[in-house]
Design a protein around this ligand. Sequence first.
Ligand code: GAP
Length: 447
Amino acid sequence: METGKDDPRVSMDEITALAKRRGFIFQSSEIYGGIGGLYDYGPLGAVLKRNVKDAWWRDMVELRDDVVAFDSSIIMHPLTWKASGHVDAFHDRMVDCRVCKHRFRFDHLKDTAQCPDCGSKNSFTEPRNFNLMMRTFVGPMEDTASTAYLRPETAQGIFVNFKNVYQTARRKPPFGIAQIGKSFRNEITPGNFTFRVREFEQAELEYFVPDDGRDLDAFKEWVELRRAWYSSYGIRPERLRFYELSEQERPHYAKAGIDVEYAFPWGWGELESIAHRGTYDLDAHMALSGKDLQFFDEASKKKYTPLLIESSAGMDRTALTFLIDAYDKERAVDPNGKETERVVLHFHPRIAPVQVAVFSLARNKPELVERARSIERRLRPEYRTQYDEGNIGQLYRRQDEIGTPFCLTVDYETLADEAVTVRERDSMNQQRIAIEALNAFIRENIG
Ligand code: GAP
């Protein structure tokens, strides 16, 4: 069978249709008409996002000896957000169209004199600041004294605990604290599917370094590490760029900043921000709380405030990126010369929700079904597996669409030769492999 890659850019309509059809992502509360900027992950999407988070956690935390784990609460003392600047400055400028009543981010408008939704001219209100933090109440009263916020980033939980962590984990800069968790932003204009949402997960790594003149080198090292991370999971390098923020674009306290961007079907979009934040965050919390968050170096008996290198990646955006980047529509010519088209997700095996699918060629032949099921059971402790049965062409099409790297088929010959047909997703090559050799074969090819 020959294949020819069309390499068209997938449209967001195709991605959302596939996500729904195959159970990756659904609109939240769909039966009630949905709710803006909120999504649910279906059986395959939940595993996809878990794999993305696990890959980040494994590489950024478990495989390093200089990064420790953390998990802070979503609701924190409201003064946290005063110190961080979020109460006073975490807002977008927004305008309302007086005719259609729709609301827009002022900085997203292509034409500030014409409403993009209803076309009315000069119908916008003056821009107003809109704070993006979601509010709630803690305790039985609903008043200003009990107002709290759902965190708009996970990082502040790490900063306020800096001393607790370095003392209990017995760490000394350079070292990092990492956490993955939910964040909330009341975005004015959520959109582009799960790209800009109101509830999302961030993977944040806060790396504290001494002020010894090597901080910019540490920043560059983290940029390279993150570049290697994306490429090791197969993100096409030509669709990734590391955009260096100019002095005007980054906050006044930041010595350097890079946005990791992906070429989405609608254009470049930020996946992650990597920033040299100096001592800004620890200083701000020390000033407002009056508590000491400096590092005390036992060796030199000196106290200092470490500098901070932050890598902050959105897990929903990264999962969406894997989905889009993996997508291909390919023409295939079968042995009879008939042209067909297949949709295939070329997921990296560690990211793929299902790694091995095991089929029985016939559903009404108990001996085949039992053989296939027992092979699937044997592989399950090591791999993410799925059993299915029926028409092989349809089964392949389904597994291609969900990005399963290997399909194994138990057929009548299996009962005689104790072997199965293994079909590889990308090349569509098929080969006979002895059942006894399956685990080793898959281990070699999946890693
Ligand atoms: N602590 C730094 C920080 O939060 P950020 O650039 O505001 O920095 C980091 O956010 C990452 O979080 C972004 O690059 C993006 O991947 C993700 N993110 C931010 N807002 C988001 C939203 N509304 N929806 C989905 N992901 C979002």
